[in-house]
Design a protein around this ligand. Structure first.
Ligand code: PEP
Ligand code: MN
Length: 361
């Protein structure tokens, strides 16, 4: 066969490729139309019966030279790509997705905005233990220009014999002290039936890592207007995390803040592994603000400053850190909370890094 013949045959192949591509694209747009109808009907998109029917029909009409198995294989790839296309489409429709809303969601908490491009700090004790304890921490926050105070009143503890928190009394203490120092309160709620009650005391409802997929709790938090700080589950993927946030937003509560708090890995030198890549991934994929809890990520005090710097450099909207007047006697997380002088130093180090604005005039 002459070179000229090969050249001509190749040209034919090139034009068949283009024809095939155009047919595949046409097929894909029909698949998308079907997907839209199925979404409206709320039925699943993958239909194995239908797929089998199409493959049988193709094999029936196969005149070669491809073997039937080869035909099946080729078309299965086309079906797989179509299904993927439908999945991408449903992702596009997530309310928390940037594809749905390009501009950043900014959550306004008193005088502080989370997600407006200027990073901020959330600090406070792991658990509310007494009014004096919360007051000492509130004073330190105020001195450092920090307006967002965290503190746990309902504590999800690994052991039922450990301190479970002061409950409503803890929320009352937080509210009283926060009002005194003009702070905003962030506190975890663990039960859907307490969400309504929480709105009377807190400015932000925290949903903890262990409850990230407590769907009834997510739905209850979605039914109120109080902003929600949603922590990433101990082993949750980005997709699971964003779908959990979608539960809240889809119920009408748009003020959701995502919180990366470290994930479980084989590493024992830290309590969890801070997944720093979660920050740019979440910022790219979603318009919601992203907070990094350095304390629960590390589970130790000595690496909090570099982790906070890494979080801010990666684009976090806020850093969360646990502060206790006397960590040695703390009723929870004694080994990871920092005392007040260390917190002052933490703030000084962040300001010095230029990754963080000065909060004090
Ligand atoms: C907390 O922030 O108090 C807490 C319990 O954290 P996590 O849910 O991330 O473990
Ligand atoms: Mn804690």
């Amino acid at each position: 066969m002459s070179d000229a013949n090969v050249k001509q045959l190749r040209e034919e192949l090139d034009s068949i490729n283009l024809e095939l591509l155009s047919l595949l694209s046409k097929r894909a747009s029909i698949v998308q139309e079907i997907a839209d109808i199925k979404t409206k009907q709320g039925v699943t998109k993958f239909d194995p019966e239908r797929e089998k029917e199409m493959l049988d029909r193709l094999v029936e009409h196969n005149e070669g030279p491809f073997e039937n198995d080869a035909v099946r294989h080729l078309f299965k790839q086309i079906f797989k790509a179509s299904l993927q296309l439908q999945k991408d489409d449903s992702k596009k429709h997530l309310l928390v997705s940037r594809k749905k809303q390009a501009e950043d969601t900014v959550v306004t908490l008193g005088s502080t905005q989370v997600g407006n491009g200027t990073p901020t700090i959330v600090a406070g004790p792991c658990s509310v233990e007494s009014e004096e304890q919360v007051r000492a921490v509130a004073k330190a926050l105020k001195n450092n220009g920090v307006t967002l105070m965290r503190g746990g009143a309902f504590k999800p503890r690994t052991s039922p014999y450990d301190f479970q928190g002061l409950g409503v009394e803890g929320l009352e203490i937080l509210r009283r002290v926060a009002d005194e120092y003009e702070l905003q309160v962030i506190s975890e709620i663990v039960s859907p039936s307490d969400i309504e009650l929480a709105t009377k005391y807190v400015d932000v409802i925290q949903i903890g890592a262990r409850n990230m997929q407590n769907f009834e709790l997510l739905k209850a938090a979605g039914n109120v207007n109080t902003p929600v700080l949603l922590k990433r589950g101990l082993s949750a993927t980005m997709e699971e995390f964003l779908h959990a946030a979608e539960y809240i937003v889809s119920r009408g509560n748009k003020n959701v803040i995502l919180c990366e708090r470290g994930i479980r890995t084989y590493e024992k030198w830290t309590r969890n592994t801070l997944d720093i890549s979660a920050v740019p991934l979440l910022k790219n994929e979603s318009h919601l603000p992203v907070v990094v809890d350095v304390t629960h990520s590390a589970g130790r005090r000595d690496i909090l400053v570099p982790l906070a710097k890494a979080a801010l450099a990666a684009g976090a909207d806020a850093v969360m850190v646990e502060v206790h007047p006397n960590p040695a006697v703390a009723l929870s997380d004694a080994q990871q909370q920092i005392d007040i002088p260390t917190f002052d130093q933490f703030m000084t180090d962040l300001h010095a890094s230029k990754l963080f604005p000065s909060l004090v005039e």
